[in-house]
Design a protein around this ligand. Structure first.
Ligand SMILES: [Zn+2]
Ligand SMILES: [Zn+2]
Length: 121
């Protein structure tokens, strides 16, 4: 009996795989990495890449990312201030604001992740 073939890890957005990532390299200047099991970094960070790709140096890119991450942190902080809720007492937030906080948090993680990858490169 033939062994079932292991499915090739494929990005659900752009269809790139570990073996074929040419399109991502064209878009971002470097090979992608997996952000989720079926989502590559070039797609997950598309908006961020668009924002930083024309900056001349690694330092400029990092500075921009840092600036953005900082702005997201402030927005996250502001949610607690607006609700007059103790810092990081997430359960005390109204549902809608909690959802907003979560999406900001996810964004923040992505920026952080990307910043780390650029630092490493
Ligand atoms: Zn992709
Ligand atoms: Zn790729």
């Amino acid at each position: 009996m033939a062994k079932p073939k292991k499915p090739v890890k494929t990005c659900k957005e752009c269809g790139c795989t570990d073996k074929d990532c040419k399109a991502c390299i064209e878009k971002t200047g470097e090979p992608c990495f997996w952000v989720e099991k079926d989502l590559c970094s070039a797609c997950a960070y598309k908006d961020i890449w668009d924002d930083i790709k024309d900056l001349p140096s690694k330092g400029d890119k990092l500075a921009r990312l840092f600036h953005q991450t900082d702005a997201i942190s402030k927005s996250m902080e502001q949610i607690f201030i607006d609700n007059n809720v103790n810092h990081l007492d997430l359960k005390a937030l109204p549902e809608e604001d909690y959802a907003l906080w979560q999406s900001l948090h996810k964004q923040h993680t992505r920026y952080g992740h990307l910043m780390y990858k650029i630092l490493e490169s």
